[in-house]
Ligand binder design. Structure first.
Ligand SMILES: C[S@@+](CC[C@H](N)C(=O)[O-])C[C@H]1O[C@@H](n2cnc3c(N)ncnc32)[C@H](O)[C@@H]1O
Length: 273
């Protein structure tokens, strides 16, 4: 069941491939459901914050990201206090000091993660081979946003189970009546040169095949499925049997060059809805 409270839960992270545009342009594509909400590629959680479900299972393979959600869920006050400290000290040099720090407590780790996300180049998350965050400083200077409501986020996250793991484990746990929203990195076949690198590991074509197979199994058990992906023939071939496929359009206004502004086509994959 979705629980629509009146608070406005704005995602607190900028995330590559984030789906804020999806909930803004297509808010009604998510069906009512009787079980739990499952989001196995959580990232910035735009859809979770839009739906505010009563029962949720949220996961991502990025353990630092999941730790940040856990810190807000279980101790948002401490996270905010440290983030306010980072905001006061923020400068070029301070950014690199925080970037090379390795804090021990969950609250310090989360405040560091949010601070770097908000001040690094384009909100990108990228780590080197040793797993160390290596994105340079960006141009934005706001560390605390007017929209921040960590207390509200914490209340909402209390209704969610959080886990750092691979998507297959989560999707295999879905049963009849659950809603799965799956938003993987958009890798396509024969595209190994322009791969998408989120963590140390790539999301390979084999992962796309594995995803489509476990979504099929979940659909056969009666779970409701909404997934997004690249509008590409190789992806269409993975899902044409057993799912409804639709084109959805993402408006992009961000390119500085007029030629690149406009509608981008993506694929919506729907099962049992
Ligand atoms: C497109 S982003 C999700 C964006 C999210 N829907 C939002 O609105 O911000 C894809 C996410 O998948 C995660 N990911 C990559 N490989 C994964 C895997 N094998 N299992 C689970 N999550 C994975 C990445 O860490 C990234 O956060």
């Amino acid at each position: 069941m979705t629980h629509r409270d009146n608070s406005n839960h704005t995602p607190f992270l900028k995330w590559a491939g984030g789906k804020r545009w999806l909930v803004e342009c297509h808010p009604n594509i998510f069906p009512p459901f009787s079980g739990k909400y499952i989001e196995p590629f959580l990232g910035g959680g735009s859809v979770f914050f839009h739906l505010t479900p009563d029962r949720a299972v949220l996961s991502d393979s990025n353990a630092e990201l999941i730790d940040t959600y856990l810190a807000i869920k279980n101790g948002w006050q401490k996270v905010l206090e440290i983030l306010q400290h980072h905001a006061k000290k923020h400068s070029d040099a301070y950014y690199y000091t925080v970037r090379s720090s390795r804090p021990k407590s969950l609250a310090e780790k989360a405040a560091r993660f949010i601070y770097l996300n908000r001040t690094c180049f384009n909100g990108i998350y990228r780590v080197n081979r040793k797993g160390q965050f290596n994105v340079p400083r960006g141009t934005r200077n706001s560390v605390i946003f007017e929209t921040d409501d960590f207390e509200g986020l914490s209340k909402l996250l209390k209704k969610a189970e959080l886990k750092a793991c691979d998507f297959e484990e989560m999707i295999d746990g879905a049963s009849a009546g659950d809603l799965i929203f799956a938003d993987p990195p958009y890798t396509v076949r024969h595209n190994n040169n322009s791969f998408i690198k989120y963590n140390e590991k790539l999301f390979s074509w084999n992962d796309q095949v594995r995803l489509s197979n476990c979504l099929k199994r979940a659909a056969q058990r009666g779970a409701l499925i909404i997934a997004t992906n690249a509008h590409h023939q190789s992806i269409i071939e993975l899902y044409w049997d057993g799912f409804q496929l639709q084109s959805i359009f993402r408006k992009s206004l961000i390119s500085a060059n007029k030629k690149f502004r406009g509608n981008y086509e993506e694929l919506l994959i729907v099962g049992n809805v």
